[in-house]
Design a binder for this molecule. Structure first.
Ligand code: HEM
Length: 161
């Protein structure tokens, strides 16, 4: 699983170092990520329905136990990617299936760019001045690789991609 050039040793170190500061409180940081996501694209809110109930507002969604579980799941996937930086290809099949599940619940593949923007926003908020352009580039590359693998789960991918 690769998106362009593989991550360099320095990029892997920057990712591990910065993730240490986020992964200790996954829900807190996941709330920043998804809060930003709903600001950028409020149309994603109706995709989250638990027991067929629709949320009246992002705030309601962000405080529901099932949604907090989704946040934990998202952070675990990122955690798995950070733990396998040298061997991301072992996650390929899992991520492809995860893509399929998201297609099935109505997520458009394009929405994952907005998720990427929200991830970078959350990292910036958490890391402050330590979120250097190099850290940003390393994370963009990793996220790009994860999304590329998930995209394989969408049936409508153009041939050869
Ligand atoms: C556009 C953003 C996203 C939307 C609208 C979305 C929506 C959903 C929904 C509706 C479910 C099923 C209900 C649930 O488990 O809570 C789900 C499951 C899940 N999502 Fe997401 N999701 C998004 C982004 C992500 C991202 C970025 C990741 C990880 C990189 C992720 C990881 C997962 C996992 C691990 C599950 C559980 C799958 C399973 O049951 O095996 N999601 N998602």
């Amino acid at each position: 699983m690769e998106s362009g050039m593989p991550l360099s040793g320095r990029q892997r170190a920057l990712i591990r170092e910065s993730w240490q500061r986020v992964s200790g409180s996954p829900v807190q940081h996941g709330l920043v990520l998804f809060g930003r996501l709903f600001d950028l694209d409020p149309d994603l809110l109706p995709l989250f329905q638990y027991n067929c109930k629709q949320f009246a507002s992002p705030q309601e969604c962000l405080s529901t136990p099932e949604f907090l579980d989704h946040i934990r799941k998202v952070m675990l996937v990122i955690d798995a990617a950070v733990s396998h930086l040298e061997n991301l290809s072992c996650l390929e099949e899992y991520l492809c299936n995860l893509g399929k599940k998201h297609q099935a619940v109505g997520v458009k593949v394009e929405s994952f760019s907005t998720v990427g923007e929200s991830l970078l926003y959350m990292l910036e908020k958490c890391l402050g001045a330590a979120f250097s352009p190099d850290v940003r580039e390393a994370w963009s590359k990793l996220y790009g690789a994860v999304v590329k693998a998930m995209q394989r789960g969408w049936e409508t991918l153009p041939e050869g991609d």
